[in-house]
Design a protein around this ligand. Structure first.
Ligand code: GCW
Length: 668
C-alpha cells in the first residue's frame, strides 16, 4: 500500500524530537473512550515506532501519559472539549466526555508529528460548532454522484459491499479532524437506496453504524420523501395525511430497532425532480415537521435541504431569478419548524460555484435551526484533476459579515449547542455539512493534494477562525514533513486564485460545460432550464440583481443590500453576480471589464504553468508515486486551463471585436 493511503496520519517518516513516556495510564470503559486509548497507542507506534504499554495507576505518580475522559478539572466544559498538558515526565490528555478524549488524542498526535509538543505545552480546545458533518452522494450501484476518486466506499452492485478495514481507516481519518456525523447515501434517493429503510438493508447499515460509532460518528440516512407511496403503497406521501405520518412513525420504530443512535434523516425534497410537499400543496415546514415528529421519540433529527428552486425555467423568462429561491421559500417559514428540524443551506444562492456571495438566509433566519452546506468534492472546481485548495475560499465565506447585528460574521454565528434540542431563539449556525471528495482510489481523493480539502474542512468546521494558510501548513507538514511541507503548502495556496482566474469571470458563474461540469461551456446553460444565465451580448454581460432588476440584493441586511447594489462598492470578484455591466465599465485598477477578463485569463493559465514548475522542483524530495501522480494531474490541468483561457477570451473578443491591449494571442 502506498503512503498516500495514510493521508495526514502517515507512518513514521521523520524524526520526532520529543521523548514520549512509554506508559499509558487509562481506565476508559466506554466505546469511544477505549477507542481513544487504542488510537493513542496506534498513533505513537505509527510516529515513534514503539507501542506504549497500558497500565493503571490510582494517582498521578508515574512517568506516563494519562488519558481520562471524566476529568473533574474540566467539569462544566463544552461538549467535545479537551485539554492537553505536557510536563517533563508526564502528559495529560483529559476531557469531560469520550468524544473529547478522542479529539484530544488525535490533536496531540498531530502536534507531536508537527514537532510542536514540548515540555510546558498546554492547550484547551473545543469545537465552535456541534454538527460537523460529511455528506456522501454515494449510490447503491457503487457510483458516486459528482465523485472523482473512484467508486463508493460503501456500496456495489445494488447493496452494501465494503472492506471493513477501509471503513475503519476512513472513520479514523474523519474523527482525527473532528467529524461527528456522516450521511451515507446520496440525497437523490433512487433505485435500491429507497430500500435502505427496510429490514434487508437496515441489517447491513447496522454493521456500518457500529464501525463509525467507535469513532464518535453517528449516521444520517438520506430518505425519499415519496417513500410512503413508492415503498409503502399508500395513496400519497402528503405530509398532512395522518396515514402518511403514521407510516413514517412505524418506519422510524423499525429503523431505530437496528440503529438506536441514528442521528436522523437528510432530505432533498421538491428539488431537481425529487418528490416533496409541494406536490400536495403543502409547505416545507409541513413536510419537515411530519418527519421530525416521527423521529422525535428516538432523539433523531431531520436535516432539510433548502436547495429548492425552479429547475424548469424558460430562458426567455427574464423575471425569475434562481438566486432568490432559497430565501423566498424558507424565510417566510422562519419559526415554523419543529425543534428537531435543521435546515441545510448551500453556502451560496446558486450551487457551489467558484465565487458566489454568501446566501442571504444566514444571519437572517432567527428562529430556525440551520447549518451551512459546502462541497469538498470538486464538481465545479476541477474534478480533482485541477488543483484547487478549497479552504482558501471557505475562509472568505466564514469571514463574510452578514451585518445582521453585531458579531455577525459567519464564523461568529457558528456556535455549539448546549442541549440536544436547543431552542432556536437565536440565529446561530449550528455547524457545517459538506459533500465529501473520497472514493475507492488508493489515495482516497484522486488528486493526492485534494486530501488537503478534506482535512481542511474538518479543521474549519471545528475552528472557523483558523486560516487557510495555517491549515495548508498543517496538512502539508503532516503529510510531507515540515520542510518539504512548506513548499507544498505554498503551491496549495496559489491554486485557488489560479483556478478562479481561468474560470468564469468576476462571479458570473455557470460557464462550465453542461452536465459533467468540467471545462468551459460558455453558453452551455444559456438556453437551458436551470435558471443560470449570464445573458452576454455584444455590449454587456450579467444579471441586474439590484432593486432595479430582480431585487435579489434586498434579501440581505440593509447594509449589505446597499453594498452589493452599488457597483462602486460591490466586491469586484462578485461584480458580475450582482450587476449587468458594459464591457467598457472601468474597474478599480483603471482597466475595463473586458481587459480585466483577458488579463485574468492569461494570468490564470500562467499561474498553472508556475505551479507545475514549483512541483517539478520538488521531485527529489518526494516519493516517486506521489510526485508522478500529481504531475500527471498538473499536465491535465494545464490543458483545461488552456481551454478555459482561450475559449473565454475568444468568446468575448468575438462578441465585442475589441482586442487585448497587450496584443496577446486570441483565437477568432
Ligand atoms: O450541484 C448540483 C449537482 C447535483 C446534486 C445537486 C444537489 C445531488 O449537480 O448532482 O444532486 O446539486 O445538491 O442536490
Amino acid at each position: 500500500m502506498l503512503r498516500e493511503y495514510d493521508c495526514w496520519l502517515h507512518k513514521r517518516k521523520f524524526e520526532i524530537d520529543f521523548e514520549i513516556p512509554l506508559f499509558v495510564c487509562a481506565d476508559e470503559k466506554g466505546l469511544v473512550g477505549s477507542q481513544a486509548v487504542k488510537e493513542y497507542c496506534l498513533g505513537i507506534k505509527r510516529l515513534v515506532g514503539i507501542e506504549p504499554k497500558l497500565t493503571k495507576s490510582k494517582d498521578n505518580s508515574c512517568n506516563a501519559v494519562y488519558l481520562n475522559s471524566s476529568s473533574a478539572s474540566s467539569a462544566g466544559s463544552a461538549r467535545d472539549e479537551f485539554s492537553i498538558k505536557v510536563t517533563e515526565t508526564q502528559i495529560f490528555i483529559t476531557s469531560s466526555d469520550e468524544n473529547g478524549l478522542l479529539y484530544g488524542v488525535f490533536r496531540f498526535l498531530s502536534l507531536l508529528s508537527m514537532r510542536e509538543i514540548k515540555n510546558g505545552f498546554e492547550l484547551t480546545d473545543a469545537p465552535a460548532s456541534s454538527l460537523r458533518m460529511i455528506n456522501h452522494w454515494d449510490n447503491f450501484d457503487g457510483s458516486i454522484e459528482r465523485g472523482y476518486a473512484g467508486n463508493s466506499l460503501f456500496y456495489k452492485d445494488g447493496g452494501f459491499n465494503y472492506d471493513k478495514t477501509r471503513i475503519e481507516d476512513y472513520a479514523r481519518l474523519l474523527a482525527s479532524v473532528g467529524i461527528n456525523r456522516v450521511s451515507i447515501n446520496n440525497v437523490n434517493v433512487r433505485a435500491n437506496a429507497k430500500l435502505l429503510i427496510t429490514e434487508k438493508y437496515l441489517k447491513e447499515a447496522k454493521k456500518l453504524a457500529a464501525i463509525f460509532r467507535k469513532f464518535g460518528i453517528k449516521l444520517f440516512f438520506s430518505i425519499n420523501f415519496g417513500a410512503p407511496w413508492s415503498l409503502g403503497k399508500l395513496a400519497s406521501a402528503d405530509p398532512l395525511d395522518p396515514a402518511v405520518g403514521q407510516w413514517w412513525k412505524k418506519r422510524a420504530e423499525l429503523i431505530y430497532k437496528y440503529i438506536p443512535d441514528l442521528a436522523g434523516f437528510l432530505v432533498k425534497a421538491d428539488s431537481e425532480g425529487e418528490p416533496g410537499p409541494f406536490q400536495y400543496n403543502r409547505t416545507h415546514a409541513d413536510g419537515a415537521n411530519m418527519l421530525a415528529k416521527a423521529l422525535e421519540p428516538f432523539g433523531g433529527e431531520v436535516i432539510w435541504r433548502c436547495f429548492v428552486y425552479n429547475c424548469t425555467q424558460d430562458w426567455r423568462d427574464l423575471k425569475t431569478d434562481r438566486a432568490r429561491a432559497a430565501y423566498d421559500h424558507f424565510m417566510p417559514l422562519d419559526g415554523s419548524f419543529e425543534k428537531n428540524v435543521i435546515l441545510q443551506i448551500k453556502f451560496g444562492p446558486y450551487d457551489f460555484q467558484i465565487r458566489e456571495p454568501v446566501a442571504p438566509l444566514f444571519g437572517a433566519l432567527k428562529k430556525t435551526r440551520h447549518v451551512m452546506e459546502l462541497q469538498i468534492t470538486q464538481e465545479y472546481t476541477g474534478h480533482q484533476i485541477d488543483l484547487c485548495y478549497l479552504p482558501y475560499v471557505w475562509e472568505d465565506i466564514l469571514n463574510f459579515d452578514t451585518a445582521h447585528g453585531d458579531n455577525s460574521k459567519i464564523k461568529d454565528l457558528l456556535k455549539p449547542t448546549s442541549t440536544h434540542y436547543p431552542l432556536p431563539t437565536n440565529h446561530y449556525i449550528e455547524g457545517l455539512a459538506a459533500v465529501v471528495n473520497v472514493g475507492l482510489d488508493n489515495n482516497w481523493t484522486g488528486h493526492t493534494l485534494a486530501q488537503a480539502n478534506l482535512y481542511g474542512y474538518g479543521r474549519m468546521a471545528w475552528n472557523p477562525s483558523i486560516t487557510a494558510k495555517t491549515i495548508a501548513e498543517e496538512w502539508s507538514a503532516l503529510s510531507f514533513g515540515k520542510d518539504t511541507g512548506q513548499k507544498v503548502s505554498d503551491i496549495l495556496l496559489k491554486s485557488y486564485p489560479a483556478y478562479e482566474k481561468y474560470n468564469a469571470p468576476f462571479g458570473i458563474c455557470f460557464m462550465v460545460s453542461p452536465n459533467n461540469h468540467y471545462g468551459p461551456g460558455i453558453e452551455g446553460y444559456e438556453f437551458s432550464r436551470w435558471g443560470t444565465y449570464h445573458r452576454a451580448d455584444m455590449n454587456e454581460i450579467g444579471i441586474d440583481r439590484t432593486p432595479s432588476g430582480t431585487g435579489y440584493t434586498d434579501q440581505y441586511s440593509p447594509k449589505n443590500a446597499a453594498l452589493f447594489a452599488d457597483a462602486k462598492t460591490c466586491p469586484e470578484n462578485l461584480i458580475l453576480f450582482f450587476h449587468r455591466l458594459r464591457y467598457d465599465y472601468v474597474m478599480k485598477n483603471g482597466k475595463t471589464l473586458l481587459q480585466n477578463i483577458y488579463n485574468t485569463h492569461f494570468e490564470g493559465y500562467d499561474e498553472v504553468v508556475a505551479m507545475m514548475e514549483d512541483w517539478k522542483r520538488l521531485e527529489p524530495l518526494l516519493e516517486a508515486e506521489v510526485y508522478k501522480s500529481v504531475l500527471s494531474r498538473f499536465e491535465r490541468q494545464l490543458n483545461n486551463a488552456r481551454e478555459w483561457k482561450d475559449q473565454i477570451n475568444t468568446y468575448f473578443f468575438r462578441k465585442t471585436g475589441i482586442a487585448d491591449e497587450h496584443g496577446r494571442k486570441i483565437y477568432f
